[in-house]
Design a protein around this ligand. Structure first.
Ligand SMILES: Cc1cc2nc3c(=O)[nH]c(=O)nc-3n(C[C@H](O)[C@H](O)[C@H](O)COP(=O)(O)OP(=O)(O)OC[C@H]3O[C@@H](n4cnc5c(N)ncnc54)[C@H](O)[C@@H]3O)c2cc1C
Length: 386
């Protein structure tokens, strides 16, 4: 029998879960999340490094963090479930005057948006926070103590559990295969378990978002890009309380994870595509960057079999695409987070719930994030992409 619901959310990762949470929190209970995998978190959410930060260069990304970070800090009071938030900070390490100039410029931008949490540091202050850094070329840095990390699985599960307690439903192992339309807009979805009638569909399909948008005839500029993470064996030389530390020269960054560290680096040779196999040759490349910035990393032990890969969902301007599709009434997008989907999941859920239920959101400049920006040539430049 065909079901009828108010809202279908395609994709049960952290973004779809947050949207379900915020919709039910705002009184819309007849929400159905469809996830094609047998379990949630098998997309990018379960592969993430869990970093959260407000140190961005654009107004709209800062606005999204200013909602999201306090939300993640208070997640347990809000949802009844833990988020694993650890406010250990993000430390950006500059080793050229242009990088320092850049940090100064983004501080000014943050102040314009009313965010004063980050501080510019002298070289000796940078080295006081992480004394193991190579210091001779450090010219300064930037640190924000409320930045840090969360456990993406816990956040996704908390959002889902609370949304379900408030009336939403989630069906796993169900793939959306078609979006059905009439002249007035969307009317439902076809799935591997039959048809669902609805007047509102949210595309929260992560790296597969362009495929889902295509079902409605919408070209969506979201491309999958492999990212690899390398956990190390226990490494007591770096404090368990150390921040996410970013070498601005190479983009190499690391944070404590268990008794060891989690290493990340954006390999410039990586090409877009649905590749999720970990390439063990990456270990040597990342360790070269690592040792350059932290000499004692020469003693790091890495078992390549423990590395993993997942997909970033990249847009041409490295900003999310949020909101309605003007030419397809009833179709909404929550896509293209370009590496920030975990940290911005709370703001995304709130913005989508506001736009669907009220037609507007005061949380951030949602006009800037609309899909129309590509056709209208209004791309936003974000340069702090990790
Ligand atoms: C290695 C790595 C490190 C990262 N580090 C960070 C970080 O430090 N901080 C941060 O904020 N972000 C980080 N990210 C990015 C972040 O993980 C993603 O932006 C975020 O998880 C996106 O969430 P999502 O729910 O949109 O996508 P996903 O978690 O991928 O969920 C989308 C879901 O849609 C489902 N789906 C797709 N098509 C269909 C269909 N047709 N029918 C039904 N279901 C469908 C998929 O099965 C999937 O479960 C990282 C990503 C990677 C890969």
């Amino acid at each position: 029998m065909t079901k009828t619901v108010d809202i279908v959310i395609v994709g049960g990762g952290i973004v779809g879960s947050s949207i379900a949470y915020h919709l039910t929190n705002q009184g819309c209970r007849n929400v159905l999340v469809l996830e094609r995998e047998a379990h949630q978190g098998l997309g990018s959410t379960g592969k993430s490094m869990g970093g959260v930060r407000a140190q961005f260069a654009t107004k709209v990304n800062i606005q999204m963090s200013l909602y999201s970070i306090p939300f993640l800090a208070g997640f347990e009071e809000l949802t009844g479930y833990p988020s694993g938030y650890r406010p250990q900070g993000y430390l950006f390490v500059a080793n050229s005057t242009s990088q320092l100039e850049y940090l100064r410029a983004i501080h000014a931008r943050q102040a314009e948006v009313g965010f004063e949490g980050a501080e510019l540091l002298e070289p000796e202050e940078v080295l006081r926070i992480v004394p193991q850094l190579r210091g001779d070329d450090v010219v300064g840095g930037s640190y924000c103590s409320t930045d840090g990390f969360v456990d993406p699985y816990s956040v996704m599960n908390g959002f889902t559990a609370r949304a379900v307690e408030w009336g939403a439903r989630i069906e796993k192992g169900v793939e959306v295969t078609a979006i059905l339309r009439d002249e007035a807009g969307v009317v439902g979805v076809e799935t591997t378990r039959g048809r669902v009638q609805t007047r509102t569909i949210v595309n929260a399909a992560g790296a597969w978002a362009a495929q889902v948008a295509r079902m409605a005839g919408v070209p969506l500029p979201v491309e999958p890009l492999r990212r690899m993470l390398v956990p190390t064996e226990p490494f007591p030389l770096i404090a368990h309380q150390a921040p996410m530390t970013i070498d601005m020269a190479t983009g190499f960054h690391f944070r404590p994870e268990g008794l060891g560290l989690l290493l990340a680096w954006n390999d410039p040779e990586e090409k877009p595509g649905f590749k999720t196999a970990f390439d063990s040759a990456f270990v040597e490349k990342i360790l070269m960057c690592a040792v350059q910035r932290v000499p004692c990393f020469e003693d790091l032990q890495v078992n390549p079999a423990r590395g993993w890969a997942g997909l970033y969902e990249m847009t041409p301007d490295h900003h999310a695409i949020l909101g309605p599709v003007p030419q397809v009434p009833g179709l909404f997008l929550a896509n293209g987070f370009s590496g920030h989907g975990v940290m911005h999941s709370p703001a995304t859920g709130k913005i989508l719930a506001d736009l669907i239920l009220d037609g507007r959101s005061s949380l951030a400049d949602t006009h800037a994030l609309g899909i129309e920006r590509f056709a209208e040539g209004r791309l936003i430049e974000e340069t702090v992409v990790l």
